[in-house]
Design a binder for this molecule. Structure first.
Ligand SMILES: [Zn+2]
Length: 197
């Protein structure tokens, strides 16, 4: 598994990628095995410090992403948008099938304890503050930060974290850069990180 892989609308996953991921179940969702182990450790440490973090979403198959996409388009069209407008609006918050990081098993969405879905209110929660301070130590980064939208191509998502390994995550966190910038600046220097299984 390449923990630094980029997946987006310009770099979709190849067909059948999901069959090669070693998945493990954690907190009611499936994630890539090492990601799942790191997540469990992180959530336990958070809990020990009085912070209960809810996991909303982990791995999604391409078929499920397709279903989510179609469901959202139908909803927007039922609300009066034409197909083009519905695609544009849906695309702001949902990735096309084969283009979501959730299909790699390396991405996880969080919420406050007891919440059923993700939301922007999470940004102000104690859970979010804890994650922003500590997630890098467990190999996770806030994948779509504020002010990096022009680089990631994705709006700020306070709930979406991505596993990249703790060495890369620490550099990304301390440098205040996003994954794309990290790959541009550091990939040659830190090539060893990308080759790790
Ligand atoms: Zn997400």
């Amino acid at each position: 598994m390449d923990y630094l892989m980029i997946v987006n609308r310009f770099e979709p996953l190849e067909e059948g990628f999901e069959k090669r991921i070693k998945l493990a179940k954690v907190r009611g969702v499936y994630l890539e095995k090492q990601t799942a182990l790191s997540l469990e450790k992180m959530l336990q440490d958070a809990q020990a410090g009085g912070i209960d973090i809810q996991v909303i979403s982990g791995f999604r198959s391409a078929d499920y992403q397709q279903l989510l996409w179609e469901r959202e388009i139908s909803k927007e069209m039922a609300n009066g948008l034409d197909y083009r407008q519905a695609v544009k609006k849906t695309g702001e918050t949902l990735a096309l099938p084969h283009c979501s990081e959730h299909e790699t098993g390396l991405a996880v969405d969080f919420a406050q304890k007891g919440e059923k879905d993700v939301g922007y209110g999470f940004a102000c929660s104690s859970q979010s503050v804890w994650l922003e301070r500590n997630a890098h130590r467990y190999g996770f980064i806030l994948r779509y930060p504020r002010l990096k939208e022009h680089i990631t191509g994705i709006a700020f998502e306070p709930w979406h974290y991505r596993y990249v390994g703790s060495e890369s995550a620490s550099i990304i966190k301390k440098s205040g850069i996003c994954l794309e910038e990290f790959l541009d600046f550091y990939q040659d220097k830190y090539l060893f990180v990308t080759n790790r299984e």
